[in-house]
Ligand binder design. Structure first.
Ligand SMILES: *[C@@H]1O[C@H](CO)[C@@H](O)[C@H](O)[C@H]1NC(C)=O
Ligand SMILES: *[C@@H]1O[C@H](CO)[C@@H](O)[C@H](O)[C@H]1NC(C)=O
Ligand SMILES: *[C@@H]1O[C@H](CO)[C@@H](O)[C@H](O)[C@H]1NC(C)=O
Ligand SMILES: *[C@@H]1O[C@H](CO)[C@@H](O)[C@H](O)[C@H]1NC(C)=O
Ligand SMILES: *[C@@H]1O[C@H](CO)[C@@H](O)[C@H](O)[C@H]1NC(C)=O
Length: 501
């Protein structure tokens, strides 16, 4: 991704840790929790383990259950001895939690190798990025008028408000629901944006239908595999990502997850959690987690549990809720299936109207909403490790490409998009929520000490959104445990923080 520059205001924030003094616990009997479980070791679960450790201190045992691979939707595939990102691949320069993780873990930023983007409508390229930023601006202006500037200002304003979360979290404030969190950042306007279609918000702003069809729709298709009917808030989050100051982690983004688990000194259990049930004995409430591992079945008790895996039936977490009164309703909605195919071969540039591949200057092609098109995007990708001498392969050479499509590509589709290929590796993701399949945002607090992280994805599905939710849940769990109600769901935080300083 990348190409449509939407420069954003850079905010400088000091991220400090104002809470998490484990010397002053205030639970019923004054005891801190002794055991906490996190289910899921994707970015959300790993970051939660890290923040729980930060706030609850070194004594508590943190167990992290993962049935698949650490990293979850951050994963790589190997082609020709090089690894390529097959899932979540880009990180925005204003993603402060992700940046902080990379810094603390001593990881390196992966160099961005420049490449141009074009938009294809099934017949021809309708938008082509050039080498010259001013010319691109001029062309956008020419084609879409004021739309481009309006959109840029809209995204900037939303990002600026969203960035307040880092200040609130640095001061230790937590929120009991995604609605409360959004309301504290952008008032009812933010909550409304999770409920109305992106296209409505943009049309109201005065963005032209043509701009929506030719620029916004292609960006939504590559980022979320969906159309401009997705909620405005999700759309804004992904438009903030449609710009040039993006980065990735050298060696693969999933290293952030394994690094955080290590730094948190968490016990990683390679096991599928099959059931969770509350156990009351007198005043004490604990949760029993039953699980299946390669070595057999097991059962453990925890004081606090964080579920960091989507609970919608279509994703198949395999987790049963037992003995909760009242029983949990299944979470409504489904996840959107997206197929990532990593192809090693020769791009068929004729398909895009360039019979001579040497004249094809683009590294990525996005697509408009066109029924006959069987893919959402195709892009030349760089390996997770980039050596000093690395350059992108030219279209006349065999290169590695990532194709996103709603369904697996069959042989004839691959033969249409590639003149010939050596290999095609397919990863099918339950990638992000199927927006529109559910109204409302899922709860964060499922039971007194049982929390759910992935509800945040319905407001916006991105690594940073999960990291923000992870910090929030660690703070929330800490304040709930210590009965610090004055740190949860506080109003007028901008004002309070100013007077606290
Ligand atoms: C959000 O929607 C509610 C209910 O429709 C409305 O009362 C409120 O004014 C809206 N907020 C904004 C900022 O538009
Ligand atoms: C977008 O997709 C949804 C679900 O697939 C569909 O119901 C809706 O009509 C589409 N909207 C547009 C503007 O194409
Ligand atoms: C890729 O980079 C990571 C992190 O810098 C390093 O640990 C790994 O050995 C590298 N792999 C290759 C094949 O160079
Ligand atoms: C969990 O495992 C324990 C011990 O094996 C068993 O007594 C309990 O019935 C199991 N709970 C559920 C919900 O399966
Ligand atoms: C490449 O694209 C052209 C134009 O769509 C098509 O005629 C051809 O069959 C495609 N495949 C190959 C292998 O050239």
């Amino acid at each position: 991704m990348g190409g449509f520059q939407l420069p954003l205001i850079a905010l400088v924030l000091t991220v400090c840790s104002a809470v998490g003094n484990p010397e002053t616990p205030a639970h019923e009997d004054g005891a801190p929790p002794s055991r906490i479980a996190v289910v899921g070791a994707g970015i959300g679960g790993s970051a939660t383990a890290h923040f729980l450790r930060q706030h609850f201190g070194p004594e508590v045992q943190v167990d992290v259950f993962e049935k698949g691979e650490v990293g979850g939707r951050l994963a790589t595939v190997t082609v020709n001895h090089n690894e390529y990102e097959s899932g979540g691949s880009i990180i925005h320069s204003l993603n402060l939690h992700m940046q902080e993780f990379v810094k603390q873990l001593g990881l390196k930023y992966r160099r961005n190798v420049a490449g141009k983007t074009a938009v294809f409508n099934g017949e021809e390229l309708i938008l082509e990025e050039t080498d010259w930023y001013l010319l691109d601006l001029f062309r956008l202006w020419w084609r879409y008028g004021i739309s481009f500037i309006r959109l840029q200002m809209w995204v900037e304003e939303i990002m600026e408000k969203f960035m307040r979360i880092y200040k609130y979290q640095a001061h230790g404030y937590a929120f009991s629901s995604v609605e409360e969190l959004l309301d504290s950042l952008g008032g009812s306007g933010f909550i409304n944006m999770t409920r109305r279609p992106l296209s409505d918000s943009l049309l109201e702003l005065g963005v032209s239908q043509r701009f929506i069809d030719e620029v916004i729709a292609p960006v939504m298709r590559v980022n979320y595999g969906q159309n401009v009917s997705i909620p405005a808030f999700v759309g804004a989050v992904s438009l903030a990502g449609a710009q040039n100051n993006l980065w990735a982690v050298e060696g693969g983004n999933k290293q952030v997850c394994s690094g955080l688990l290590k730094m948190a000194n968490a016990n990683l259990l390679k096991a599928q959690v099959t059931s969770i049930s509350p156990l009351h004995s007198g005043e004490l409430l604990q949760y029993q987690l039953n699980f299946t591992a390669a070595s057999g079945v097991g059962s453990e008790l925890y004081d606090i549990v964080v579920l960091a895996t989507p609970l919608q039936a279509s994703v198949g977490s395999g987790l049963q809720f037992q003995d909760f009164a009242p029983p949990f309703d299944e979470l409504p909605g489904s996840y959107h299936g997206t197929v990532a195919t990593i192809v090693h071969g020769y791009l068929n540039t004729s398909f895009f109207g360039f019979p001579d591949p040497r004249l094809f200057p683009f590294a990525s092609v996005l697509t408009t909403e066109t029924p006959s098109l069987f893919f959402n995007s195709v892009a030349s990708v760089c390996p997770v490790n980039i050596s000093a001498g690395f350059r992108r392969k030219q279209p006349q050479e065999a290169g590695v490409y990532k194709v996103f499509s709603p369904q697996s590509l069959d042989k004839s589709q691959l033969k249409t998009l590639f003149r010939s290929y050596y290999s095609a590796q397919v990863t099918e993701w339950q990638a992000y929520p199927q927006y529109g399949s559910s109204q409302g945002l899922p709860p964060v607090e499922l039971h007194p000490n049982l929390y759910y992280l992935n509800g945040i994805e319905w407001a916006g599905s991105a690594m940073e959104m999960s990291s923000v939710a992870a910090k929030n849940i660690a703070l929330l769990a800490y304040h709930r445990w210590n009965k610090q109600t004055d740190m949860v769901d506080q109003k007028d935080l901008m004002h309070r923080i100013k007077t606290e300083l």
